[in-house]
Design a protein around this ligand. Sequence first.
Ligand SMILES: *Cc1c(COP(=O)(O)O)cnc(C)c1O
Length: 386
Amino acid sequence: MKSVRRIPLSIPVLSAAEREHVLAALESGWVSSAGPDIKRFEEEIAALAGTRFAVATSSGTAAIHLALRIAGVAPGDAVVVPSLTFIGTVNPIGFCGAAPLLADVLPSDGTIDVAALERYLRDRVTRRDGVSRTPEGLRLRAVVPVHLYGAPARIEMLRSLCDEFGLALVEDAAEALGSRWGDRPLGSFGLAGCLSFNGNKIVTTGGGGMVVTDGPDVARRARYLSTQARDDPREYRHEEIGYNYRLTNLQAALGIGQLVGFAARLARKREIAARYRAGLAGAPLRFLEPEHPAAVTNHWLVAIVLDDATGRERLLADLDEAGIESRSFFVPVHRQRPYATAARIAEIRVADALYGAGLNLPSSPDLTDDDIEFVCAKVREALRRP
Ligand SMILES: *Cc1c(COP(=O)(O)O)cnc(C)c1O
């Protein structure tokens, strides 16, 4: 028998502030893709991301697509992405007609292996007239690091590599609002950063995203392309192909409400991670967490890696049986049918190993201390079972 009460993996925590802002938007009549809440939400997110501009989008995937198009990613190009990520990082490369070039990840935190990328760039990529080319002759246009489960990729090293090889740096910061490298929020290091406000993220608008950037031209183009590339406010003239990628005012109002409790939720996430760490001390597992001193994670989803991968499936099943929702890591991109034959910068081993031995534990901000203790007890119990 499954127990009745379920502890969810990650669900939004909604309060009076969300209700207030959404109702006010409703009453104002601004429900669609224009309105004062969009501008305000963009300004508040830009402040959190430490960027000059922010452009709201209908999803994080849309934000990545816009950023790649603005980076000039086109048919015949290649874009580097880590193989251990959500498919929404990768699909926009295909939307642009380009090909993903898959990289392995670090065992410590699951973010892109920048040293391996550097070796590839120095040994295999040729550079002529400012254009970097792969051995297959594709133009290497951009790198999309992913701040996995909130853990920062080695973003400063990446930025200098991208500068040296003329590559656009587009951060997939979908999971990383509130994470930092040193004092600097993620999303602000490259051409653009892409956020997601999907239902399970640390700030949600139901569904939505944001392109954050310091570049006025990047921001202007993101807005333009997200509005069907409309040139003028009166007539419907379009000089190029755009998208309907805007966020609605109603969604932005929900986002503004979510930001009211953001700092408290972020602090609670940190506590949750610390409690798991204490509760699982000595168990045959480790936490997937950044080890670089400058990397500050928002602990979006607590991630553990079992010492013995053969116990992973049973742990997932045992937790499910106990009413605890856990989830294996993202299936590596090269294990997904559409990308099974995608090019790789080198052999991919770590992403597979982490996938085989890892899982996320419940991390909703409204998780109680008792919930966490219960989960830890069940994890220990499952791992003790012969
Ligand atoms: C959530 C997420 C996205 C995409 O966001 P959507 O808003 O769901 O389109 C992209 N990359 C990563 C790593 C994500 O977690």
